[in-house]
Design a protein around this ligand. Structure first.
Ligand SMILES: *Cc1c(COP(=O)(O)O)cnc(C)c1O
Length: 361
């Protein structure tokens, strides 16, 4: 055999399947399958993105200096410990590549975000899944899944696709009971939506420990998924490691400009948070009204169970009417679907379809 062969494990990876966006034969399609911002992005961010087009010949600032300063100012953090990436996905991939390889493993929960498992496999590492309780990450099970080959533990808080979260006390207990040489990665992609007092994004834990990283994204409440922008908040030695292995110009100039402008428009963030809370409450209440079970949701989406367990059939029905929701069979939730909080029109159509299918009226 002379053909090039990838490293062991690579061909076992099932490629990530993004939320689909087409519904053949339907005129108006509402894509509620990728947790994208229903209100778009801040006009200031759009303007900054457009302005960046006048100097496409220039390399971006490889250190994202202005953007990191602005992130630090907005969230009260130390700019030196921030590493920016092409989406938080890139930060998650870099962390895995830096700290895990063949013979190692990572730990994540059963219904946790699947990018962690994909990143681990691409590095030749194994994945140990911890069972959840009530669709919520179970810290005892996470700790029990850790063995002497474990290099990283990943937790999305709140998690996608379940929407549930773990309170500060449990996150702290997870860190305290983990070995010091295991890196705890707290993925806080939905932190800006959180309004409960027992929630923390993890930044304080990063500052108190040498072995915690928090990741954040501009893809959700900031509405900048298209530009690919995220960041990690790291202990100084971890930031140093990421800066050694990342691409020298891994974040585009347009992404840096749009992100900085988006941070300056916290009014937009507040508006998006308020809109999301109101619409999410309506979705949960009306689904409950026709007996559809929902997981307690804290993000910009709701996980709900197909009443007859036929998630495929329900997804196909909704799609045929122009509403695209996300199948979550890959997350070991074959009877469930995830709907993003969309525009008022999209949410209404979704709810009307669900009520006409499952209501007695
Ligand atoms: C959407 C999402 C992200 C963000 O990914 P980006 O690469 O920043 O777009 C990260 N983690 C979770 C759990 C998510 O749902």
């Amino acid at each position: 055999m002379t053909a090039p062969t990838p490293r062991p494990g690579i061909l076992d990876i099932k490629p990530y399947v993004p939320g689909s966006s087409d519904a053949p034969g339907v005129e108006t399609v509402y894509k509620l399958s990728s947790n994208e911002s229903a209100l778009g992005a801040s006009p200031a961010a759009i303007e900054a993105y457009e302005a960046a087009s006048s100097h496409l010949e220039l390399y971006p600032d490889g250190g994202c200096v202005e953007l990191r300063k602005k992130i630090a100012g907005t969230y009260g953090l130390n700019a030196d410990r921030i590493v920016c990436g092409a989406g938080s996905d890139e930060i998650l991939q870099l962390l895995t590549r830096a700290y895990a390889g063949e013979g190692d493993n990572i730990v994540q929960s059963d219904h946790g975000f699947l990018v962690y498992a994909l990143a681990a496999k691409s590095c030749g590492a194994e994945v140990r899944f911890a069972p959840e309780k009530n669709l919520t990450c179970d810290i005892d099970a996470m700790l029990a899944a850790v063995d002497d080959k474990t290099k990283l533990v990943f937790i999305a808080n709140p998690n996608n696709p379940t929407g549930t979260y773990v309170p500060e006390s449990e996150i702290r207990r997870l860190r305290e009971e983990l070995r010091d040489d295991v890196l705890l990665v707290i993925d806080a992609a939905y932190a800006e939506y959180m309004e409960t007092p027992d929630y923390v994004d993890g930044a304080a834990l990063v500052e108190e420990n040498e072995n915690v990283v928090m990741t954040r994204t501009f893809s959700k409440i900031y509405g900048l998924a298209a530009v690919r922008l995220g960041w990690g908040y790291c202990p100084a030695p971890v930031a140093d490691v990421l800066n050694r292995i990342r691409g020298p110009f891994n974040v585009t100039a347009a992404a840096q400009a749009a992100g900085a402008a988006a941070l300056d428009d916290q009014h937009f963030v507040q508006r998006n948070r308020d809109f999301n809370r109101k619409e999410r409450e309506i979705i949960v209440q009306r689904l409950g009204g026709v007996g559809v079970e929902c997981a307690p949701s804290f993000g910009n989406f709701v996980l709900f169970r197909a009443p007859d367990g036929d998630a495929d059939g329900l997804q196909a029905y909704l799609r045929s009417k122009g509403v695209i929701v996300r199948e979550v069979g890959a997350y070991k939730l074959p009877e469930w679907l995830r709907v993003s909080v969309g525009s008022p029109e999209g949410n209404r159509l979704f709810l009307e379809l669900m009520e006409s299918r499952f209501g007695n009226g």
